[in-house]
Ligand binder design. Sequence first.
Ligand code: FES
Length: 174
Amino acid sequence: MISFKSIFNSLIFYIRNLMENILKKICADYEKHEGNIISLLQNIQNELGYIPEDAVLWFSKKLDIPASRFFGIATFYAQFHLSPRGKNIITTCCGTACHVKGSERLINGLMKELALPEGQQTTSDKEFTLEKVNCVGACSIAPVVIINNKVYGKVSADNLMKEIRSLKDKELEK
Ligand code: FES
């Protein structure tokens, strides 16, 4: 009889292999294009959705580049994410104009609606990630919220909650 432990171990082995193949492909690309760490990090994120620590350590060993160099770049640019993100990305602007127009209230409402504990950005079911950014350059329509790359201006708490609930309903229908 096949035990749960052996199925689990096979699964882990399969996932490791899969990840290693992805990393090898990215590495070949890096070497072909004469080594640009930003492109390498972008490729990791495109393939895996974020930049896992294991992937950085793998590249650090393979390319003989200190891991701190990768992390230094990854933490400098806002485009990089070091932890898994949700399927739906909600970006709230916290610049001065949006703050004055009530962005803090919108964020508090979102955290409540998504049941996000303080300090956590992604819901436990990985459906939503709530991020805060500084001015997105659309101050005339403050407060601004970006949901899955679509910009919403002059956002009211009611309209925002409607939008989030409709996204939740769509996820339930799948
Ligand atoms: S402060 Fe939010 S768009 Fe400028």
